[in-house]
Design a protein around this ligand. Structure first.
Ligand code: G6P
Length: 572
């Protein structure tokens, strides 16, 4: 069916949601956007389905949400009764329609006789992951578009272990999603029916209390917090989202009483009016936190994105200004604090393991080596870290200590199986309190790491390729890299080429397998230990070029990074 025919079907559908109908009539006049909205169904990428809100099969709306929930429900129909009976936990963030999409999902699941446990109000993504494990549901749904701009929303599916479903399972569900191709024919129950037939329960404070209890266990050194936690001044902002529900409670509970919230950003607002995008990677996101920080003399500013799975931070410099840290830098400081504190307390296991994505900093590898902890590298997507944790538990081979991605996601304790900004906020606050008690900031701690291991710097250059033509362009770029590879960059020779699609890892000594599932990504290691990786984003219409370098001083590192970044910026 052509996109025009699909759109006509929507226009002809008498019971189309009135708001969508209005939007559709307007959209019809803009041919290019209309084509994008109708040319293909939404895809399940790095983190489930994510897209612009609006009418169309390639947009987030009640019909595409119904389709995704129908896919999960039809898949669950193939399971035995007892497993299916475990039901599905559902949470949502502060975005437009998030709550509607959550209840819409429950209505579809209910039509299959599947029980939904829906949060009574918005809650963080990591708390949803926790709820799946806590309530022993078979699956979880999180309605969120994470840190994307306000025009977006998304639908993430979690498996029985509380992790986002890895490719095999999610492909399985995607097949069922595709089968539900008539979006207007999907059966739903009304909320009253769900209640009457005991197919939906609300959850909230009960799960919060269990989660808060577990969050206690993230603290490495309770005594330290008792002694210095109260003295440390910091600013916290939930960026108009779900972090507000948990962070202040856990700070109070643990004894970090000297925190200040950014009042304007503690308002749950889907407009995210104080930021261009609620993304802790952007400097502008910290404007209000910096204002507050200066007023109260805070050492550290912490921001969590609207679904509270990612965390960003800025640290006060001697001149009173604040400097943003990258996801890699935050992860390195967290990991180093965690391992050193555990070692001091005698709680570092002998079979400890850390996991990171292939595009994250190698500084963490050096830190892990120092403490005799094994580093595992996985593909981009926290689901692969969750998969490793599951594997460690099944085989008993390793004790999971820390997982992270450069994209500002970190996890300390495996009672959650996705990145958890509530856990990382605790660890960061503890680390900051520790270093403060030694007269240092987190930034000084990072400088110490650079002096010990070398100056590691990373940069990601993202290039947007919007729409249908953008997709084709990205495909061509990747094909070229897969075919031709790279021999040298900036005059430095490539000594190892990894093609994750072909599953080849090639050096002068020959070719091995990568040991990872196939993925459209490439990585090149250069003679001077610089690494470069290339992949299309799975969450946004972007190509991502990553570079990581090491050098002997701050200045040289900055210079070297810029030189390489310039080269990769010129690639197309
Ligand atoms: O680079 P992308 O494919 O856009 O993914 C960036 C990030 O997106 C989501 O937040 C995933 O949960 C992360 O695991 C991933 O690192």
């Amino acid at each position: 069916m052509s996109w025009q025919e699909t759109m006509q079907n929507w226009l002809d559908y008498k019971e189309l949601d009135p708001e969508l109908k209005q939007q559709l009539l307007k959209l019809k006049e803009d041919k290019e956007t209309a084509q994008e909205a109708f040319y293909a169904p939404m895809e399940f990428g790095t983190a489930g389905m994510r897209g612009l809100i609006g009418p169309g099969i390639n947009r987030m709306n009640i019909y595409t949400v119904r389709q995704a929930a129908e896919g999960l429900a039809a898949f669950m129909d193939t399971l035995d009764e007892a497993t299916k009976k475990r039901g599905v936990a559902i949470s949502y963030d502060s975005r437009y329609y998030s709550q509607d999409f959550a209840f819409e999902s429950a209505r579809v699941l209910g039509a299959h006789g599947i029980h939904s446990y829906v949060f009574d109000s918005l809650r963080p993504t990591p708390e949803l992951s926790f709820a799946v494990r806590d309530l022993n549901t078979y699956a979880g749904i999180m309605i969120t578009a994470s840190h994307n701009p306000k025009e977006y929303n998304g639908f993430k599916i979690y498996g029985p272990d509380g992790g986002q479903m890895p490719p095999v399972e999610s492909d399985n569900i995607t097949r069922f999603v595709r089968k539900a191709s008539d979006l207007f024919a999907i059966n739903t129950k009304t909320i009253t029916e769900l209640r009457d037939e005991n197919l939906m329960s609300l959850i909230g404070e009960d799960v919060d209390l269990d989660y808060l209890d577990k969050l206690d266990t993230v603290v490495v050194d309770h005594k330290l917090i008792e002694e210095v936690g109260n003295k440390m001044k910091f600013v916290y902002t939930p960026l108009h989202g779900t972090g507000k529900m948990i962070a202040p409670r856990i700070f109070q509970k643990l004894g970090f009483k000297n925190f200040t919230m950014v009042t304007k950003q503690a308002i749950l607002d889907p407009e995210f009016p104080t930021t261009p995008a609620p993304n802790p990677e952007f400097a502008q996101t910290f404007d209000l936190a910096i204002e507050k920080g200066k007023k109260i003399g805070a050492n550290i500013l912490i921001a969590t994105d609207p679904d509270a799975d990612r965390l960003g931070a800025a640290v006060r410099q001697p001149d009173g200004s604040y400097k943003l840290m990258t996801g890699n830098q935050i992860a390195s400081v967290l990991l180093n604090y965690l391992l050193s504190a555990k070692k001091k307390l005698g709680t570092l296991p002998t079979n400890g393991a850390v996991a990171k994505s292939i595009v994250s900093s190698e500084l963490a590898t050096k830190i892990a080596e120092k403490y005799d902890v094994k580093m595992f590298n996985v593909l981009t997507g926290f689901k692969y870290i969750a998969e490793k944790i599951e594997e460690f538990e099944e085989t008993g081979s390793h004790e999971f200590l820390f997982g992270f991605e450069e994209s500002y996601g970190y996890l300390v304790k495996p009672f959650v199986r996705d990145k958890d900004a509530m856990q990382s906020t605790i660890l960061l606050a503890e680390a900051a309190a520790y270093y403060e008690s030694k007269g240092k900031t987190i930034y000084d701690a990072l400088e110490d790491l650079y002096q010990e291991f070398g100056y590691y710097r990373e940069k990601t250059v993202s290039k947007t390729f919007a729409g249908i033509s953008g997709k084709e362009q990205m495909k061509q770029i990747m094909e070229k890299f897969h075919e031709e590879g790279i021999k040298e960059v900036n005059g430095v020779k490539v000594v190892e080429s990894i093609d994750y699609l072909k599953d080849t890892d090639t050096t002068a000594n020959g070719t091995n397998k990568t040991g990872l599932p196939k993925a459209d990504a490439m990585k090149f290691i250069l003679e001077d230990n610089t690494w470069i990786a290339i992949r299309p984003s799975g969450t946004e219409p972007k190509m991502k070029f990553y570079v990581g370098i090491t050098s002997d001083s701050d200045d040289n590192a900055a210079k070297k990074l810029e030189e390489f970044a310039k080269v990769i910026d010129s690639w197309e």
